[in-house]
Design a protein around this ligand. Structure first.
Ligand code: ATP
Length: 215
């Protein structure tokens, strides 16, 4: 995906979509320059980190002048493959899956859910947010052009569906189930457990209260 990924530290690479989204909005508003301070205030990443990240992209901000929005956007677009569309499959059209189908991922980037699958006959054949829901039995018939899947099935189904996705040639899975799924080394899994994230937020609020003096 990212051709020059090997040169960029992973922590920096993870911030690329965040930078891209913000700069794209600035561009739409007609802004041509942005300072690291402005960026820092908006996306809550400290400005020293932003300056270090941007130096990896060959973008050197000038004092009192800031960064060139157009240049950075061009870089991000190329690096994040924004000129290419990445079709995504969604498995499990429950509450969460339905919300994702209705959410317009293409607003700020070029990933788009193209197809959805569910085991429930009442959901099969429905169209949600212009995406058609197919029966899970047909999974393997529809994945030839798709390399990324979002998993929103019940936890008990997660591994079985993962194995089928892997066998069908999927190479990236965004796992929203609490299951710790097992995949071959060549498959990238990003795990988002909303319940854990929420619990962790509450824990940090309680035990590590922020105060204005802190960075
Ligand atoms: P959530 O809020 O977690 O999305 P929910 O409570 O609406 O879900 P779940 O029981 O978690 O429902 O199931 C999520 C969706 O996954 C449902 O639409 C269900 O029909 C679907 N599902 C269940 N088993 C499978 C399977 N083997 N393959 C595909 N979809 C499945």
């Amino acid at each position: 995906m990212m051709s020059n990924q090997h040169k960029i530290p992973q922590a920096t690479a993870k911030r690329l979509p965040l930078y891209y989204r913000f700069l794209n909005n600035l561009h739409i508003q007609g802004k041509s320059r942005v300072s690291s301070k402005e960026l820092s205030d908006a996306i809550k990443v400290d400005s020293a980190t932003i300056r270090r990240d941007f130096s990896y992209f060959g973008a050197l901000g000038k004092k009192g002048y800031g960064y060139n929005v157009e240049y950075l956007l061009g870089f991000f677009r190329k690096t994040l493959d924004q000129d290419e569309n990445t079709p995504v499959a969604l498995i499990g059209v429950g509450n969460l899956g339905t919300a994702f189908l209705n959410y317009n991922f293409t607003k700020n980037n070029n990933t788009k859910i193209e197809i959805a699958f569910d085991a429930d006959k009442r959901k099969v054949g429905n169209t949600i947010g212009d995406i058609q829901v197919h029966h899970i039995d047909e999974l393997e018939d529809h994945l030839d052009k798709i390399s990324v899947a979002i998993l929103t099935v019940p936890v008990s189904e997660a591994q079985n569906i993962t194995d089928r996705l892997v066998d069908a040639g999927i190479s990236g899975i965004l796992n929203f189930t609490p299951a710790r799924i097992t995949v071959p080394d060549s498959i990238r899994v990003h795990h988002i457990d909303l319940a854990v994230e929420l619990q962790s937020l509450v824990y940090f609020m309680k035990h590590y209260p922020l105060n204005d003096d802190e960075d």
